[in-house]
Design a protein around this ligand. Structure first.
Ligand code: DX5
Ligand code: ZN
Length: 222
């Protein structure tokens, strides 16, 4: 099995020392920074825009993925690309012409990923699967960190895995929401390769380094 990646979800970090907190996670073994952009329309919450992405870009060399929870992602793709995002993740539910949106992201020289809400079936992206570098399965309803992992998402990962293997595609499976040592092994066994984690690493009582080590151990004893 290739190495499981951990993507640190910055939403749960300490924003008074954001740069240092992200660096702590990267040093401890997280290989990406995951930035949740919310517009108060696609989801009920509002977070941050390109300015913060640009600031994070200046404090780490690790790949940055922007999870765009926006009703009109197309309008903002160029700005997030310019701010330094390496991967732009757009929601299936927010894109009326997903193929065109993915082309737009690739046209800017960035990696593209598509995100599925818990109620959106894997079959809905069958026709674009060969055009994305990754698919992100939401294991909570998007909008807030610290929610409880939805068990049904494990089956969805397995379904997606089967589709990717059958078609021999090169597409990574990522999972986001409520991920911690209690469920990492299970989702990795089902086929997840990238684990997004916020509260379970940035707010762990034992500290970021220990939490990442524990998460990895759980993921790799799958
Ligand atoms: C939720 C976000 C997640 C969130 C995950 O809408 O997409 O990335 O920050 O946070 P945890 O790991 O705390 O559930
Ligand atoms: Zn996210």
């Amino acid at each position: 099995m290739s190495k499981v990646e951990i993507s640190a979800s910055v939403l749960a970090a300490d924003f008074t020392r954001l740069g240092a907190h992200i660096q702590e996670a990267i040093t401890a073994g997280a290989s990406r920074a995951h930035l949740d952009v919310m517009d108060g329309r696609f989801v009920p919450n509002i977070t941050f825009g390109p300015l913060v992405v640009e600031a994070v870009r200046r404090c780490t060399r690790a790949p940055i993925e922007t999870h765009l929870m926006l009703i009109e992602p197309d309008r903002y793709i160029p700005e997030f690309a310019k701010a330094g995002a390496d991967v732009l993740l757009v929601h299936r539910e927010a894109c009326s012409n997903l193929h065109d949106t993915l082309q737009r992201i690739h046209g800017l020289g960035k990696k593209a990923g598509v995100v599925l809400n818990p109620a959106t079936p894997v079959a809905s992206i069958a026709d674009v699967l060969s055009e994305v570098e990754q698919v992100l399965i939401m294991s909570v309803n998007p909008g807030f960190g610290g929610q409880t992992f939805m068990e049904s998402s494990t089956d969805k990962v397995a379904q997606l895995r089967a589709m990717i293997v059958e078609r021999q595609l090169d597409c990574a499976i990522e999972i986001d929401g409520g991920i911690g040592p209690a469920n990492a092994g299970k989702v990795v066994r089902a086929g997840a390769q990238v684990l997004v984690a916020g509260v379970s690493i940035f707010q762990a009582p034992e500290g970021v380094a220990q939490a990442i080590a524990r998460l990895r151990q759980s993921a790799e004893t799958a």
